[in-house]
Design a protein around this ligand. Structure first.
Ligand code: ATP
Length: 259
């Protein structure tokens, strides 16, 4: 088993970031890191605070779907206080940070399924959930939740066995979650600082999307749109070319995409 001490000190010690992950709250088990992060953000936690749990008993994906985090997996939530103009870039930031982390730590070649799932060999290795608290043009807080299948054994999660994968499954060996977390925090800060400095991460995110060129069906509540995923706009929305030639803009929100 790879070295795996996730205690806060082990994560923060010598961490090469200015603020992301400099304060870590570590829990052996939580219902969801998002719940604790929300409470922390409402109480004015310092920017960059990270909540990490070894196991989530009620992890959520989008649309209140379950996100499975048995022990040995990774779940974290990061608190940020960005201005409104950065919100649409945060899903790009989080998915790219996960991609960079997996590449650096394992050498695997991940891809992004629009808008924010990270896949390895076509299967989901990470899911990202972003919750914003916005009043008018003021962002009270943003929480970026990331679930990553690190040492997940697929035999332990029959419900998602055919759609999910994990780093250990792909590599045939365990991976140090500590190394993964520390890298992820560094990658997130790099991208966040680049954004704040006026840089763009859109081009790289777009080029990593496995979705473009594919025939997809986008469902949002009662509305379904089918077509070829032609391109993505700078705000992250997907442009879908219908068989009648029409172009529909799909905003990430609560849309479910099926190939
Ligand atoms: P999609 O179902 O297309 O991935 P989505 O991006 O909205 O849509 P999320 O809501 O982020 O998905 O994630 C929840 C879904 O992910 C669940 O319905 C389940 O199918 C799957 N899932 C749950 N736990 C895991 C996990 N640990 N690894 C991979 N997939 C998971």
């Amino acid at each position: 088993m790879a070295e795996d001490n996730l205690a806060a000190d082990a994560i923060t010690e010598g961490l090469e970031t200015r603020f992301i992950g400099q304060r870590v709250l570590y829990y052996s088990s939580l219902t969801s890191t998002m719940v604790v992060a929300k409470r922390e953000a409402q109480a004015g936690a310092v920017e960059g605070t990270v909540i990490i749990a070894d196991e989530q008993t009620g992890g959520r994906g989008r649309l209140k779907r379950a996100w499975l985090t048995p022990r040995g997996n990774l779940a974290l939530s990061l608190i940020l206080y960005p201005s409104l103009s950065y919100l649409s870039s945060l899903m790009m930031l989080a998915s790219l940070a996960v991609v960079h982390t997996i590449e650096t730590v394992t050498g695997l070649k991940p891809q992004i399924k629009w808008p924010n799932d990270v896949l390895v060999n076509g299967r989901k290795v990470s899911g990202i959930l972003i919750e914003n608290d916005v009043q008018g043009s003021t962002v009270n807080y943003t929480i970026i939740g990331i679930g990553m299948n690190v040492n997940l054994k697929l035999a332990d999660v029959p419900d998602i066995q055919t759609i999910a994968t994990s780093l250990t499954t792909e590599l045939g060996r365990d991976v140090s979650r500590l190394t993964v977390i520390r890298r992820l925090l560094v990658e997130m800060e790099k991208l966040y600082l680049a954004l704040l400095a006026g840089g763009s991460i859109y081009e790289e995110w777009r080029d990593r999307l496995v979705t473009l060129g594919q025939k997809v069906r986008a469902t949002d509540g009662e509305t379904t749109n089918e077509g070829i995923a032609e391109s993505v706009a700078r705000d992250g929305s997907l442009l879908l070319r219908g068989s009648d030639g029409s172009l529909t803009r799909i905003v990430a929100g609560d849309v479910t995409l099926r190939g």
